[in-house]
Ligand binder design. Structure first.
Ligand code: NCD
Length: 325
């Protein structure tokens, strides 16, 4: 049967220090400004730790089960690197086709199995809500590493951490999200996470890849304004953050439709001439043509720094849920 004891959800206002010990990380809805500041502070300390010493023994004796039902390079390996750099160990399951999943084992049984060998479970799965299902069956903390087109909370945390580290804060920024806003889970999570801050949103996408109404409604409910446009030229001169995304080929049922929109936006040197000096280009990666390699050396290209920040954020989260932050 499902557990009943694991504490969940947003922390109570009475607690002086955000306490994630034993909690799942399933959605950005669990975070507020205070808990974000705390996680970012710990992530910053993790950066200093790695730069000075490479590793530590904070999570020595702890085991992470890293369960990926969908392809991943960065999320999967940064969680592994995070655990290893903190002295922990990892059970990596990146090829579910070689696990008992291919024999028809259910998600609950796979989770019950992995939690009997480990202290924390990271899961990426194609179905929306799968991480919540996993957390329902697990006593140990479960971290959502992407549930289909739903959420990708740890990515949103590392995205916001990158904005803070690069631009010094979030309030007052003009943030333009570009590309596949319909299927891109990173932009869903990041938009929701930004609602606690004073930002101006512009959503740039082809008509058929617009931000879902559910997210737009959440933006409106929190008294934020937003602009939707198809034209990246409308936003490039004013954006403080240009958050570019890949068209999510694997979510399309009609590949002809994918072909029509896959090259809709390309951020290149010519476009960047119109951008401000003090701005950043972000991308969760992988990129498949929407950012030209020619701008990789532009100091405004923050996506590789953003990728590295993923490890620091995941070190902070693992330490936090295991009660060692
Ligand atoms: C993203 C994802 O998996 O949602 N990648 C990542 O985690 N860095 C974005 C994408 O695949 O386009």
């Amino acid at each position: 049967m499902a557990k009943s004891t694991k504490s969940k959800g947003r922390r109570s206002a009475a607690q002086p220090t955000p306490n994630f010990h034993g909690h799942d990380i399933l959605s950005v809805d669990q975070f507020n400004r205070e808990s974000l500041d705390y996680i970012f502070e710990v992530a910053h300390e993790m950066r200093v730790l790695v730069e000075r010493f490479g590793s530590a023994d904070l999570l020595q004796g702890k085991i992470l089960a890293n369960l990926f039902y969908e392809p991943s390079t960065r999320t999967s390996s940064s969680f592994m690197a995070a655990m290893l750099r903190l002295g922990g160990q990892v059970i990596p399951i990146n090829n579910v086709q070689y696990s008992s999943v291919s024999k028809g084992e259910s998600l609950p049984d796979t989770i019950r199995t992995l939690e009997s060998y480990s202290d924390v479970i990271v899961i990426r799965h194609p179905e929306v809500g799968s991480a919540t299902t996993a957390a329902y069956y697990a006593e140990k903390p479960v971290i959502n590493a992407g549930d289909g087109v739903g959420e990708h909370p740890t990515q949103a945390l590392l995205d916001m951490f990158t904005i803070v580290e690069e631009l010094g804060g979030v309030d007052g920024l003009k943030i333009a999200m570009v590309g596949d806003l319909k299927y891109g889970r990173t932009v869903h999570s990041l938009t929701k996470l930004l609602l606690d801050y004073k930002v101006e949103f512009t959503f740039v996408s082809p008509e058929n890849l617009r931000m879902p109404n559910e997210i737009l409604d959440a933006v409106k409910r929190r008294d934020h304004t937003y602009v939707e446009t198809e034209a990246i030229q409308d936003v490039i001169a004013n954006a403080d953050v240009l958050y570019v995304t890949r068209v999510q080929k694997e979510r399309f049922t009609d590949l002809a439709e994918y072909d029509r929109v896959k090259d809709f936006y390309v951020v290149d040197e010519e476009l960047m001439q119109q951008a401000k000096e003090e701005m950043i280009i972000m991308h969760p990666l992988p990129r498949v043509g929407e950012i030209s390699y020619a701008i990789d050396d532009d100091p405004r290209a923050a996506y590789f720094r953003q990728m590295r920040n993923g490890m620091y954020i995941r070190m902070a989260l693992l330490a936090a849920v295991l009660g060692k932050a």
